[in-house]
Design a protein around this ligand. Structure first.
Ligand code: ADP
Ligand code: ADP
Ligand code: ZN
Length: 214
């Protein structure tokens, strides 16, 4: 099963992608996670990506597309994957469609998690991410068992730099300009599925499972 998660920053793409990856036994491929790992390791890619991410903008397409196309050739992706945070622009979507078509493949579903802008600032302000394993929580909606510590590995939870309100406003603008058009792109491809992202995370997941089939 080859899936794409669409939705604004903070809509719950990562949260749902992790649940989907567990249930369907496919890898969760998050470009944001890949960039953050590169920044942490001080790689050249990480250094290039950081300034764009800190400003709430997008990393240029040419730094993203080859990275993902290559990642999809890994052994673990041969039965499918759930893409989270990619594609984020029309050129990225077109490059993905083309790379898949060359292998006679296509995306099975693009799942749009719909959450209005009003909810997003609160979602992002309360988001906490594990420094070690990348698990995410929300201080009110999805709190960890022990405040400030990851349930899965016990490491510290932090507020991402780009989740501060000023940056979130930029990210939302960029989303509406560059990423939202993908909803129509995948509608035209006949694979768009929409779910209400404002309900409890388990209810969002149930709606997705209904769509994908158990
Ligand atoms: P969120 O899950 O909150 O939407 P991500 O973790 O997906 O955020 O992405 C964090 C940042 O990494 C983005 O704001 C952007 O700067 C960069 N990024 C991630 N994926 C892409 C992509 N496909 N194209 C361009 N930039 C990206
Ligand atoms: P994205 O990957 O789209 O940026 P995340 O999955 O990281 O979004 O979720 C953003 C924040 O909202 C996190 O703090 C997460 O714990 C919280 N969250 C995710 N899904 C829900 C939900 N259905 N209801 C309330 N909060 C949620
Ligand atoms: Zn952890």
């Amino acid at each position: 099963m080859k899936l794409i998660m669409l939705g604004a920053p903070g809509a719950g793409k990562g949260t749902q992608a992790k649940l989907i990856a567990d249930k369907y036994q496919i890898p969760h491929i998050s470009t944001g996670d890949i960039f953050r790992a590169n920044i942490k390791d001080g790689t050249e890619l990480g250094m290039k990506a950081k300034s764009y991410m800190d400003a709430g903008g997008l990393v240029p397409d040419e730094l993203v597309i080859d990275l993902v196309v290559d990642r999809l050739t890994w052994e673990d992706a041969k039965n499918g994957y759930v893409l989270d945070g990619f594609p984020r622009t029309i050129p990225q979507a077109e490059a993905l469609t083309k790379a898949l078509a060359e292998k006679g493949e296509k995306i099975d579903a693009a799942i749009d998690i719909d959450v209005p802008d009003e909810n997003i600032i609160n979602r992002m302000g309360g988001r906490r991410a594990c420094v070690a394993c990348g698990a995410t929580y929300h201080i009110v909606n999805i709190p960890p068992k022990v405040e400030g510590k990851c349930d899965k590995c016990g490491a510290d939870l932090i507020l991402r730099d780009d989740d501060k309100p000023e940056t979130v406003k930029n990210r939302l603008e960029v989303y509406h300009e560059q990423t939202q058009p993908l909803i129509d792109y995948y509608k035209a491809e006949g694979v768009l599925k929409e779910v209400d992202g404002t309900v409890d995370m388990n209810d969002v997941f149930n709606a997705i499972v209904q769509i994908l089939g158990a």
